[in-house]
Ligand binder design. Sequence first.
Ligand SMILES: CC(C)(COP(=O)(O)OP(=O)(O)OC[C@H]1O[C@@H](n2cnc3c(N)ncnc32)[C@H](O)[C@@H]1OP(=O)(O)O)[C@@H](O)C(=O)NCCC(=O)NCCS
Length: 233
Amino acid sequence: MNERQLKKSKSKEKGKERRTALKAERARLAAAQLLVNQANAMPDPLSKFPFFNKYERNGLSCTLICKRVKDLDPDMLEWAIDLCKQNMQPLYEKSTQGWHENEKREEMMEDAAWYLMAIDTTSEKAVAFSHFRFDMDYGDEVLYCYELQLEADCRNKGLGKFMMQVLELMAFSNQMHKVVLTVFKHNPDGMAFFTKCKYEIDETSPEDTYEGSYDYNILSKLNKMKPTQKTSL
Ligand SMILES: CC(C)(COP(=O)(O)OP(=O)(O)OC[C@H]1O[C@@H](n2cnc3c(N)ncnc32)[C@H](O)[C@@H]1OP(=O)(O)O)[C@@H](O)C(=O)NCCC(=O)NCCS
């Protein structure tokens, strides 16, 4: 084989490798999307875990329920939107994004939204919630925690950590690759809490450069039972 023929054969080989890798990546994405669809099709992802629908510790007694936004009691949804405003408006106002109430309301009411609610067993009032979604994120199947919000008098009693554990249980039992969330850098309490819950900076978290900086971190916890299958495309 002369040099020209050798070059041609090498480039043919490379093309073949690339097509094989593309095919594998397409198959991986389709499989990931299928897992997301299956998780979203469940009537109640918490029903498989009867030991996790009660939290009775440190003076709190709560029942946990999990519902899609369309099945949530409208008053409970309004309470969640209000609590989110109370807890988050000052932090958003300090951020480059600013606070946009209607956008937040719309986000919390989108069809894809799921809610994990903690309801006080005596008053029957909601005291904490997480808005989360089963979704694709940068090509990975994930449970994305959009919000975790507790009423002030229920904090520091282990409920937040318990609710994160419930989200992880629902994520990993449905073969999600990781649990992901965004937290403002100027929310030191939130950062300390998620660090305590063993969340780490995610590979998709934007890095500060000399051109600009970001006022949030993307954190995640990986599903240890699921090895990364991403191709090198
Ligand atoms: C952040 C928040 C969800 C934490 O929930 P919580 O129920 O108060 O936290 P927990 O009691 O479960 O704490 C779990 C662990 O984190 C630690 N922790 C919680 N807040 C902390 C803080 N500000 N600094 C240091 N550690 C903290 C606790 O000491 C505990 O540690 P342990 O497991 O060793 O006992 C809750 O305080 C809240 O709703 N804050 C307002 C809204 C918010 O900031 N949400 C998160 C950003 S999206």
